[in-house]
Design a protein around this ligand. Structure first.
Ligand SMILES: Nc1ncnc2c1ncn2[C@@H]1O[C@H](COP(=O)(O)OP(=O)(O)OP(=O)(O)O)[C@@H](O)[C@H]1O
Ligand SMILES: [Mg+2]
Length: 363
């Protein structure tokens, strides 16, 4: 039975016409961007799949009075490549002598951009943690630095305090921020319902299937996971020649591992990356691990650090709580299982290590 009418609507890049459940946050950030003269940097923060990228792209489309630019900082991590992306010019030339690199970059950028109404969206901006660049400083203080009017919107999973230095932060107000909460089952249902009615054949799926996906995805609060489960369920039903009903959702969910995107490791600090590697090397994939196992792998780790680590790898979709338990000497003893292929994750970690060791990474 044909289920999928238009697969692009089930893809993660698809931009829907309406954004479910975010009217208030959208309105707020638009008012901030339009209304503020004194400050020019804004932040949308939220966990994976809470709609940051979608909101950023939507604002660029909506706010027509601005000349908009979208840059993904995971893909473009150095100051130079970000400037290239903003100017849409892969071959920017910097003078060899005279100014510092940051000055040359800002001179070039300021010369090329219009004087007014620039809106620059830096997505995945927590990726800048590793490159120690100055681009956020330059963009958020363009006027002080004699440049054009730029409104800068940072989209990130973490608060800027986690990835910007003090001098950049001091230009960033506390009140120019919008936090996106994880989606509940009702919002996920609406998001899925609109994707299904546009992307699937009428009559090929049941309402209860959509409701079931929303319930299953609610734990993550992520629209990304919900949409991916919808897609997998549709593919499953199609391959078995059955309706997309609750049964096919449950079958698809059995084999479901949430999408692992390239940036999923970026939120881990160096010591957390090492801990993850040790963990992966020490656990038996079928049997999972407990909070206390992790503690014995790294005896020195504090409870708050441990909790943050677990939360981060859970949000990234690497592990899932399989049982919530009561305390081991003062802490919480949960059980986790691995949700992704251990081999794939280990190879990602190795690649990441290599890229960090590479000498002379441009800044
Ligand atoms: N409120 C919403 N209404 C409709 N679709 C949504 C909504 N929020 C998210 N989506 C869809 O869910 C998917 C994930 O959203 P998005 O990529 O914006 O999340 P994100 O917060 O940027 O996640 P990440 O941190 O992983 O980059 C996208 O396909 C997006 O179109
Ligand atoms: Mg995103």
């Amino acid at each position: 039975m044909k289920i999928i009418k238009n697969s692009s609507i089930l893809s993660q890049d698809y931009i829907p016409d309406t954004i479910v459940g975010r009217a208030e946050q959208l309105g707020h950030i638009e008012d901030l961007i339009r209304g503020s003269d004194a400050c020019s940097a804004f932040v949308i923060r939220g966990n994976p799949g809470t709609g940051k990228t979608l909101m950023g792209k939507f604002l660029l489309k909506e706010m027509k009075e601005f000349k908009g630019r979208y840059v993904n900082c995971y893909v473009n991590q150095t100051d130079r490549s970000i400037v290239s992306a903003i100017l849409n010019n892969p071959n920017i030339r910097l003078p060899e002598l005279g100014n510092t690199r940051a000055e040359s970059l800002s001179n070039l950028l300021f010369k090329e951009l219009p004087d007014k109404n620039n809106l620059i969206v830096l997505d995945e901006s927590q990726s800048l943690k590793r490159s120690h660049g100055q681009i956020v400083y330059i963009l958020s203080r363009s006027r002080e630095l004699g440049g054009p009017d730029i409104k800068l919107l940072l989209l990130s999973m973490e608060e800027p305090e986690m990835y910007l230095d003090m001098s950049t932060l001091s230009g960033l107000g506390r009140y120019n921020r919008v936090a996106l909460k994880e989606y509940g089952a009702d919002d996920l249902y609406k998001i899925l319902e609109s994707r299904a009615s546009n992307g699937l054949y009428e009559g090929s799926y049941t309402e209860s299937a959509i409701a079931r996906i929303s319930e299953l995805a609610e734990e993550s609060g992520s629209a990304r996971i919900a949409i991916e489960l919808l897609r997998n369920s549709a593919l499953y039903a199609e391959s078995r020649n059955v309706f997309l009903d609750e049964e096919s959702v449950l079958q698809a969910f059995r084999d479901f591992s949430p999408p692992l995107d390239d940036s999923s490791l970026i939120n881990l600090e160096d010591d957390e990356l090492r801990l993850l590697k040790t963990l992966l090397q020490s656990i038996a994939p079928e049997s999972g691990f407990k909070t206390s196992d992790l503690k014995s792998l790294n005896a020195g780790i504090s409870d708050s650090k441990l909790y943050k680590f677990l939360k981060t790898i859970e949000m990234a979709g690497f592990v899932k709580k399989s049982r919530i338990g009561k305390g081991y000497s003062g802490g919480v003893e949960n059980e986790y299982i691995l949700r992704v292929s251990r081999k794939v994750l280990l190879s990602k970690l190795t690649m990441m290590e290599k890229s960090m060791e590479t000498p002379g990474r441009e800044s």
